[in-house]
Every structure is written in structure tokens, then in C-alpha cells.
Ligand binder design. Structure first.
Ligand code: ADP
Ligand code: MG
Length: 884
């Protein structure tokens, strides 16, 4: 649309001309007026795009005044038309800011150009104004604060938002240093930041605390730009200020929360950390977790990467995977290798953190090092096992002495089950063997907090007495108060018993050696007495005055021989001819002769076992055993009673043999002889088997009865025990080993009539008196007798005159060369040599074999004349073994 022009020209012709020119140029003429007043009226009404104003107008208002008024009415560009060029007029006209001057007279071309430029300029002006207006609008209404500062930082301009932010009015801030509006301590920051802005031309995200007029501090973020003039000099800065207080406060709150969490995590001295549930990456961990290297081996890492267990394996029941699935807290134990490389037992408590959708997003893990706890548990277990397995009994009581615990060894030893004794007092074991003073001493020691050690005799559930080496210790709590007593007791019953048996056995052994030695020598002396007495008596007739004396001597010697025989039996130096026998038959045989020795008022009972195993026994000796015991029983029952003889098959086990030193395990036959007599006390019991131990009046007992029994039983490879209770009775148990296979039958004793002969005999005996007596006897009986005091001489004589010698009578016990050795050498010289062995004791082993096999007979000392003569004759005639 063509621009419309209002022409204000008081000269009508000129005005018309002008209008025509403009129309030609394509403009429309809004109107043509001739005065200023009319122009004012028309301009409002016609709203022209341009006013051509003649400065000089007729009427009261000139062109300049009119233009000035028009300016206030509307925004329309004005071009002055003037012929005047006075400086004063032009000066006034300029004040009204005309778009151009067109000096009269102007050419059409000038008019065209001027109008065009004026319209263009106005159009541009309008655009600028519009843009300015928009900018202003924006500037004023933006929620972001804006400030422009000069090179010193003084405020040139701020917008409304800025003022609202700071709480000041514009007047209060313009020209002021921006630093004045900052919080304490922020000025330096501002100065530094501002110089950077000036230098670099830009600043971003600078944070400053600003102070509002009301005194509150706000957190502001500032972005800024610098502008420079054509010479590159800084002109001013333009900054946008954002109030970030809310964000900042949230940030601070978050940071606080974080610190709070950190403090909590750090306050835990055990490893404590959080991992992501999807990849197990560590979100955060406390120092303990980091320093102990736990994070690298957390449960998740452990289970996923499998340090100890391969958790890649889908089948592995990974507790953490389970936790992620179920969102239920879990506890896992695993081995963790600490920074020192040592394995530790770690207990990991894992808790799920569930997100808004109910899924486990993270896992909190808290680690406890339970190595020590485990070790203590294991120690305790080991200890408990040790106590449970211990062979010694262990009893634990409370401070009152009430039993709280006993171990299986206690149960075994006492026969009480744990349930029976827990809650009771150990008093139940009291045997009465310890005095009240003994117990009070024990308690005195314990209550003083000291350990008591000593030997106790206690009673088992079935009344057996057990001897125990006990150590009782008080257990104190941290304050030193006694809370428990622990007793450890070692059963020494067996040891004590064995010890006693050992002492007893050694005693018996040495007594045996002693008695045997004496008996041997004494026997030789008796031999002389018996021999010469017999010789003297042989010569005398019945009425000879010495007859009685000699008979008395013979009787005394005979009795002495009886005693010696007892001693020799005790020391096992008697002949022993065992053969397989049935003990029941032997008992029955003796039973028949019992009434001769035992009065009727004693009732003899027999209980003989069926199918009794055979034993090897010498029937004569067995008879002696039984008689000796029966006599003792009789003597123990002066007012009558019962004597019981009992046999049984028994098998002795290892355990029994452990308790009886002289017993060997295996099948045995037991003979029990019991009486209901006076019995014995312990003191007597300890000595009964010793020779010459008797409690009886002189003349009644010799003290050799049981010694003999002892020796005989030993000879039979058996053993004997005795149980006795004063006023109740006594019971002897005799054990004989049962025969496994029958042994060679022994030749029984045979009587031979006393006869003499004319052969030459050699008598070998170290004892000169015996040599004298025997030689005398043999010579009287018609023999020629050569003698030798020892084996060496005997061999010499035999070498010289062996052909003459029909029989050698050889003593087996001799100095220099033993009888056995001599016998061997004799047989070397003449394998057919006849030898009769005379001996006071029973040889064993090889010697025994030799005696039996190589000799023509054995003659036991002391022997009497008929015995000797008979044996000599027999040996000479038959060459059979002859035993006397
Ligand atoms: P003696 O009978 O000659 O005294 P023993 O050797 O036979 O000698 O016995 C030794 C002691 O053993 C006896 O004195 C007696 O005290 C005791 N004794 C032996 N057998 C019995 C018994 N059956 N009852 C009680 N005491 C006995
Ligand atoms: Mg006796």
C-alpha cells in the first residue's frame, strides 16, 4: 500500500504542486492543510505515514510548534520544508527531531529521495522501537535477574527480577559496587571472578552467596558476558543471576545426609558396604571394608566370582541371588582371605534395599569376622569331646557341690547314669573309708580357692569300692567367686591291687628262695640223722637200752623231715608227677577220707560241675591241697558249720588276668572250698600263704598248711585267691589250667622191697656226712662202694674204673659241676652207664628231661634205708625209672 502524506503548506499553489509531485511518485495525499492548527486536527484523523511541514506558516502556530505538538500525538515522521536557513530556526527545528529538511527550492528528485529516506528511516525506527519494546518487555519480565556492570563492577543496570531477588529498588542499587550486595566473605570471590570475566569475556556457573536487603543469604549462580568497544576496550558486563538457593539447599541437605550416612558407616568398625543388585558393583564402603579387602571379596563377589565356590554355576544355591529374588535378608558364611593372605571366617549379613517398584536395587552387607568365635567354638567342641572321651572320670559341680555334669567314664566307673546323678551331691559315692576330718580338710583347701589332690576310696552304685587319684579344682569367675568345682579322677583300684599283688608275689618269691635254701641244707643234715639212727637201730635188738632214745631221735628227724617237706613244697622243690585227671574224681576220692580228719558236726557239701575239663595234676599233691584246706576250714569252725567243695569250668579273660598277676588267660577248672567259719581280717589275709604264719596256738598250727598249698598250686601252674569276712566265713578259689591236649603219662610211684647186692657202686655227693652214711648202708647191704665228693672227681674215677661200676648214685645239687652236667659227661663216656639220681628238689626244664630220660631212677631226699636199697636194686636189675 502506498504511503499517505499530509502536506502542511500555507501557500496553496506550492501545496498543490507538491501534492501532484508526490502522487506522481506513487504516494497518496492524506490531506493538504495550510495552518498548524489544521495539521494537528488532520494528523489525528488521517493517520498519515508522513507529514511534510512548512516551517513558516501563517496563523498563530508555526511549523516547528506544530511538529512539536504532533510528536506528542502520534508517531509520524516529519520533514520540514524551509527556505530559511537561519541558525536559530534550524536549532529549534532540530529539537523536534525531524526526519529531514527539504530546502526550498528543491528539485523533484530531491523531494523523491528525501521522502523515500524519511519513510524508510521511520520504518526502521519503528522496527527498532518494536524490538526495543520487546526486549524491554523481556528484560523487565524475565524471572532471571539481569545486571550490567561497568569495568569497576558498579551497577549500570538491573532488571525487575534482580530487584525482586535482592529486595532493593533500582535507585538504591544503580551506580553501587556489586560487591556490596554479596554475603560475607564473597567479595574477594567476586573480584577474582569479575576480572576473569573481563579478561576472558565470559563466565559460567559462578556461585556466589548474595545478601538481600532483608538480610537473608541466597545462593546465586551467575553467567556473564563482557562487551568491548571497537578498540577492544571493555565497556560493560551483562550477567544473568539465578537464585539457586533451593537447589543448593537440597544439595547441602543431600551432602549432610551423605555425611551422616558416612559417619554411621564409619562408626561401624566392621566392614560395611552397599553393592548394586544387578552387577554387584560397590556403591559405597566404609574404611574397614576397604582396608580389609572385603569389598573385593564381598559375598556377591565371592558368590559371583567364586573364590571358594564357583557361583557362575547356575546350580550353586547362591544366597545373594536368592536375596535379590525374595528380598529377604540373609546371612552367609564364607572364607575370606585377608590382606595378609590368611583365611578368615566371615559371616556376612545381607539386607536388601528395595526400590519404588518393589525390586531389590541394592544390597547392604555387614561383615563379622567370626574366626575367633569359630575357633573358640571348635576349641570348646574339642575340649568337650576330650572330656567325653577321657578315660578318667570328670565331675563338674556348682559352687554348692551339686553335680551338673559327669562324663561317660564316670558312668562306667560308678555305674550311675548321668541323669541319676545330675542335681545330686557327690556324697552318694561316699564309702565311709575317709574320716570326717579328711573331708573337712578337702573342703578347706577347695574353699580357699586351692586345688586339692589326693586319693579317695569311693563306692560304686553296686557297692564296689574304687580307689581314685583325684584332682579337684575350684573354678572362679572374673570376680574371683567360686562358681564350679571340677573333679578329675583316675581309677587306681587295679593299680593298687596289682601293686599289692606284686609286692606279695615278690615277698613269696624271696621267702621261697630263703626257705628252699634252708630246707636243702637242713635236709642233708636230717639225712645223716635218719641214716645213722636207722643204722644203729639195725644193729640193736628190741630190748637194747638205747632203743627208745634212738627211736625218739628217728621220730624227731622224721617230723623235721615233714616240716622240711612243707618248706620244700612251698618253694616248689618237690617232685611233681602230673597226669591228666578229672578233678571231680579226685575230690570224691578225698571226700571219702575226709571223715577221718573232720568231725561229723561239719556238714560237707559238694557241688561238682558236669563236664568238668581235665587238668594236669599230681593226685597225691592234690589230695594234700584239699586236706590242708579242709583242716583249716575245720579249725575255723570249732562249733561246726558247712564246708562246701565246688568245681566249675571257667574261662579267665584278659581283664581278669590284668587284675591277677599270677593268672594266665584261658580255660581253667576252678575248685572252691568255702567254710562258714570265723573268717579273717585284712591283716591276716595278707600273710596266710607265708610259711610259718599262723594265728593258732603252738602245737595246733605250724603255719605251713597254706604255704604248702600255695607251692603246690604254683607247681600246677595254677593260682589261688582267698576271700574272707570275719565271722562270716572264708572261701578259697583254686584255678588250674585246663588241659588242651593230654600229656604223656607219668610213671607212678612203686614200692620195692629193701634188698642188697654185690655190685660195685659209685656214690657221688658233696656232703661228706651223707657220703659216709650212704656208703656205710650200702656196704652193709653187700655192695662195694666207691665215692666221689664232686662231679670232676666222679668222672675221673669213672674213666678209670667204669667197667667195674654197675651203678652211679648221683646227687643233683653239687658245687663245681652240677649233677646234670656230670650226668651228661658220664653218658658221654659210657652211654649205657646206669645212674640213679638222688635229689632234694624237683628239677625243671632241660635238667628235668635229662633226669627222667637219662637216669635209671630218681630218689628224693631225704630217703631212708629201705628206700635207698630198694631203688638201688631196682636200678641195677631193671633199669626202669624208679621214683621214691
Ligand atoms: P595253720 O593252720 O598251721 O595256722 P595255715 O598256713 O594252714 O597254718 O594257715 C595260716 C593261717 O591262716 C591260720 O593260722 C589261720 O589264721 C588262717 N586260716 C587259714 N585257713 C583259714 C580258714 N578256713 N578260716 C579262717 N582262717 C584261716
Ligand atoms: Mg593249717
Amino acid at each position: 500500500m502506498a504511503a499517505s502524506v499530509l502536506i502542511v503548506e500555507d501557500e496553496v499553489i506550492l501545496g498543490k504542486e507538491l501534492a501532484r509531485s508526490l502522487q506522481r511518485m506513487g504516494y497518496t495525499i492524506a490531506g493538504r492543510v495550510t495552518s498548524g492548527e489544521k495539521a494537528l486536527a488532520q494528523v489525528v484523523e488521517l493517520q498519515p505515514d508522513l507529514v511534510l511541514m512548512d516551517i513558516v506558516l501563517t496563523g498563530s502556530m508555526n511549523g516547528i510548534e506544530a511538529a512539536d505538538r504532533i510528536r506528542t500525538l502520534c508517531d509520524v515522521p516529519i520533514i520540514y520544508l524551509t527556505a530559511h536557513t537561519e541558525a536559530e530556526v534550524l536549532e529549534r527545528a532540530r529539537a523536534t527531531e525531524p526526519y529531514a529538511y527539504l530546502a526550498k527550492p528543491y528539485t523533484e528528485e530531491q523531494l523523491r529521495t528525501t521522502v523515500y529516506i524519511a519513510l524508510y528511516k521511520h520504518k526502521m525506527q519503528k522496527r527498532i522501537e518494536e524490538s526495543e519494546r520487546k526486549f524491554r518487555l523481556l528484560f523487565e519480565n524475565t524471572p532471571l535477574g539481569y545486571q550490567a556492570l561497568d569495568e569497576k563492577g558498579h551497577i549500570i543496570e538491573v532488571n525487575k527480577a534482580w530487584l525482586e531477588l535482592f529486595g532493593y529498588s533500582r535507585d538504591e542499587v544503580l551506580g553501587k559496587w556489586f560487591g556490596n550486595f554479596l554475603g560475607p566473605g564473597q567479595q574477594d570471590l567476586f573480584v577474582k571472578g569479575y576480572s576473569r570475566l573481563m579478561a576472558t569475556g565470559r563466565i559460567r556457573g559462578a556461585e556466589l552467596k548474595v545478601a538481600t536487603k532483608t538480610g537473608t543469604t541466597l545462593y546465586a549462580t551467575i553467567d556473564g558476558l563482557a562487551t568491548y568497544d571497537d578498540d577492544g576496550r571493555f565497556t560493560q558486563s551483562h550477567c544473568i543471576i539465578r537464585d539457586d538457593t533451593d537447589r543448593k539447599q537440597a544439595e547441602i541437605a543431600l551432602q549432610r545426609q551423605n555425611e551422616y550416612l558416612s559417619t554411621i558407616m564409619e562408626s561401624v568398625t566392621n566392614p560395611f558396604y552397599i553393592v548394586n543388585a544387578h552387577d554387584y558393583s560397590v556403591v559405597r564402603a566404609n574404611t574397614a571394608a576397604q582396608s580389609k579387602g572385603v569389598v573385593e571379596q564381598s559375598t556377591c563377589h565371592y558368590t559371583t566370582h567364586g573364590r571358594a565356590e564357583p557361583c557362575d554355576d547356575r546350580d550353586f544355591p547362591c544366597p545373594v541371588r536368592e536375596l535379590v529374588r525374595t528380598a529377604a535378608p540373609t546371612t552367609v558364611q564364607h572364607i575370606h582371605y585377608g590382606v595378609d593372605g590368611q583365611p578368615r571366617n566371615i559371616e556376612v549379613h545381607a539386607y536388601p534395599i528395595v526400590d519404588g517398584r518393589g525390586k531389590v536395587s541394592q544390597i547392604i552387607e555387614y561383615c563379622l569376622d567370626v574366626t575367633e568365635r569359630k575357633r573358640v567354638e571348635e576349641d570348646r567342641h574339642r575340649l568337650a569331646t576330650a572330656i567325653e572321651q577321657s578315660a578318667d572320670s570328670v565331675v563338674i559341680t556348682d559352687s554348692q557341690g551339686t553335680i551338673q555334669y559327669v562324663n561317660p567314664a564316670f558312668e562306667r566307673l560308678t555305674g550311675y547314669a548321668r541323669d541319676e546323678v545330675v542335681g545330686r551331691n557327690p556324697r552318694i559315692l561316699k564309702s565311709g573309708k575317709q574320716s570326717a576330718a579328711f573331708y573337712s580338710q578337702l573342703w578347706k583347701t577347695l574353699s580357699a580357692g586351692r586345688v586339692w589332690r589326693g586319693r579317695l576310696v569311693n563306692k560304686t552304685r553296686d557297692g564296689r569300692l574304687v580307689e581314685e587319684d583325684a584332682t579337684i579344682s575350684p573354678v572362679m569367675d572374673a570376680s574371683g567367686k567360686i562358681v564350679n568345682y571340677v573333679a578329675v579322677k583316675h581309677d587306681v583300684t587295679t593299680e593298687v591291687q596289682l601293686q599289692k599283688q606284686l609286692v606279695q608275689a615278690q615277698k613269696m618269691e624271696s621267702i621261697g628262695t630263703l626257705a628252699g635254701g634252708i630246707a636243702h641244707d637242713f635236709n642233708n643234715l636230717l639225712q645223716v640223722v635218719v641214716g645213722y639212727t636207722a643204722m644203729l637201730l639195725m644193729d640193736k635188738d628190741e630190748n637194747h637200752p638205747d632203743g627208745e632214745a634212738l627211736a625218739a631221735i628217728r621220730q624227731a628227724a622224721h617230723d623235721g623231715a615233714g616240716l622240711i617237706k612243707g618248706l620244700l613244697t612251698f618253694s616248689r622243690k618237690v617232685e611233681y608227677y602230673p597226669r591228666p585227671v578229672n578233678l571231680n574224681q579226685e575230690v570224691k576220692r578225698v571226700y571219702k577220707i575226709l571223715p577221718r580228719m573232720i568231725p561229723k558236726m561239719i556238714d560237707v557239701q559238694m557241688r561238682l560241675a558236669d563236664g568238668l575239663r581235665p587238668i594236669n595234676a599230681d593226685p597225691n599233691q592234690f589230695e594234700q591241697i584239699l586236706l590242708n584246706l579242709a583242716v583249716n576250714a575245720h579249725q575255723a569252725m570249732p562249733g561246726g558249720g558247712t564246708l562246701t567243695i565246688e568245681t566249675a569250668n571257667v574261662t579267665l579273660d584278659e581283664y581278669y588276668c590284668k587284675l591277677h598277676l599270677d593268672a594266665a588267660p584261658g580255660d581253667h577248672v576252678r575248685l572252691t572250698i568255702s567254710d562258714t567259719g570265723v573268717g579273717m581280717d585284712r591283716e591276716v589275709l595278707e600273710h596266710i600263704f607265708e610259711p610259718f604264719f599262723t594265728t593258732k596256738e603252738p602245737g595246733v598250727g605250724t603255719g605251713l598248711g597254706l604255704a604248702t598249698v600255695f607251692g603246690l598250686i604254683k607247681t600246677h601252674q595254677g593260682h589261688i585267691t582267698c576271700e574272707s569276712e570275719p565271722a562270716v566265713g572264708t572261701s578259697f578259689n583254686l584255678y588250674f589250667p585246663a588241659i588242651q591236649r593230654p600229656s604223656k603219662l607219668e610213671v607212678p610211684v612203686r614200692e620195692t622191697p629193701p634188698v642188697g647186692g654185690t655190685e660195685t657202686l659209685m656214690l657221688v655227693d658233696d656232703d661228706a656226712k651223707v657220703r659216709g652214711f650212704v656208703k656205710n648202708l650200702l656196704v652193709r647191704a653187700g655192695y662195694t662202694v666207691l665215692t666221689a665228693p664232686d662231679g670232676v672227681e666222679a668222672l675221673e674215677v669213672f674213666k678209670e674204673r667204669g667197667s667195674e661200676i654197675s651203678l652211679v648214685i648221683l646227687d643233683f645239687i653239687m658245687p663245681k659241676m652240677s649233677g646234670a652236667e656230670c650226668l651228661r659227661k658220664l653218658l658221654e663216656i659210657d652211654p649205657h652207664a646206669k645212674v640213679l639220681i638222688a635229689s632234694g628238689y624237683t628239677a625243671r626244664g632241660k635238667d628235668r628231661e635229662l633226669m627222667e630220660n637219662a637216669s635209671r631212677g630218681i630218689l628224693s631226699k631225704p630217703y631212708d634205708a629201705p628206700g635207698l636199697l630198694g631203688a638201688v636194686r631196682k636200678a641195677l636189675d631193671e633199669g626202669d625209672k624208679v621214683v621214691h
